[in-house]
Design a protein around this ligand. Structure first.
Ligand SMILES: [Zn+2]
Length: 135
């Protein structure tokens, strides 16, 4: 038997966006993180459903454009990505990251199609989030 446990987050737990494009707070980091994850993955993945305490985020959902697998019932794929962009106005962080320069949702160029899901996730999303945090 295996289990996964997160550290308790003390403070004001807030949900910033959901997996169907709704924006629930005015914080600018969560939507920029969603946009950034989509950009850094060339449109293959998008972090959404971002929630947590301050800038510690947990329980995010991933929308994917991967044909081999998805990230569960909340993975709405391209539909979820389009919904995000319908409600997203690039903010100061998007602009600093140069995410606002004309490229929004379209049919993105994908990375190599033979790459496994786990490898793609680790390379694209985790590295992307790390880059985002270090920015
Ligand atoms: Zn943006």
């Amino acid at each position: 038997m295996a289990s996964n446990v997160e550290a308790f987050l003390e403070g004001d737990y807030r949900k910033h966006n959901d997996n169907f494009g709704h924006v629930l707070t005015t914080d600018i980091i969560p939507p920029a993180l969603s946009h950034f994850s989509w950009k850094i993955s060339s449109g293959r993945l998008m972090l959404c459903d971002i929630q947590g305490v301050d800038c510690t985020y947990t329980d995010a959902q991933i929308h994917s454009n991967l044909t081999s697998m998805n990230f569960g019932r909340g993975d709405y794929g391209e539909v979820g990505m389009k919904k995000f962009f319908e409600n997203h106005e690039c903010n100061e962080i998007c602009k600093m990251l140069k995410l606002d320069q004309g490229e929004r949702f379209s049919h993105p160029s994908f990375f190599s199609s033979g790459e496994g899901l786990q490898a793609a996730f680790e390379r694209i999303v985790l590295r992307g989030v790390d880059l985002f945090v270090k920015f």
